[in-house]
Write a protein that binds this ligand. Structure first.
Ligand code: RTP
Length: 151
């Protein structure tokens, strides 16, 4: 478990259109994660097909790509201890109805196909997704408070 662990978190088009970007960012900030990249982007279907390549054989894939291309998304990279697993815990489960209250999905949405946010599921996939969404690289900065958050 590394302090340098990074995860790719994305607010999906419904999250952006419902005005939930700030609330989602706040959950990661308040937990103590460090923001090292952030951008609003209208993704092309081709780009989204790469992001969700693992799901290309699933029946919901065409609808997923349409949904994800329906408006801009906000992509972010958050860094800190156990960022991938804890990031997923902050988001909640894929099906919002099964997601506990207190998680983002458990608090703000209802349907699996409109679950407002994405989080990398493994450290390896996080690194791939960061390269896909931020080919220009991410910021390197040191917070003055870091010592008091990470030890
Ligand atoms: P994500 O990658 O978006 O964070 O979601 P996840 O790991 O929790 O779930 P995954 O199985 O990777 O599915 C990716 C996204 O596809 C949509 N989905 N729709 N209609 C359906 O049965 C269905 N199943 C999945 C969801 O938007 C899910 O987040």
């Amino acid at each position: 478990m590394s302090v340098q662990e990074r995860t790719y978190i994305m607010v999906k088009p419904d999250g952006v259109q419902r005005g939930l970007v700030g609330k989602i960012i706040t959950r990661f900030e308040e937990r103590g994660y460090k923001l090292i990249a952030l951008k609003l982007v209208q993704a092309t279907p081709e780009h989204l097909e790469k992001h969700y390549a693992d799901l290309s054989a699933r029946p919901f894939f065409p609808g997923l790509i349409k949904y994800m291309a329906s408006g801009p998304v906000v992509g972010m990279v958050w860094q800190g201890l156990d960022a991938v697993k804890t990031g997923r815990a902050i988001l909640g489960t894929t099906n919002p109805l099964q997601s506990p209250i207190g998680t983002i999905r458990g608090d703000f949405c209802l349907a699996t196909g409109r679950n407002i946010c994405h989080g990398s599921d493994t450290v390896e996939n996080a690194e791939k997704e960061i390269t896909l969404w931020f080919p220009e690289g991410v910021a390197q900065w040191t917070s003055a408070l870091e010592t008091w958050v990470f030890e």
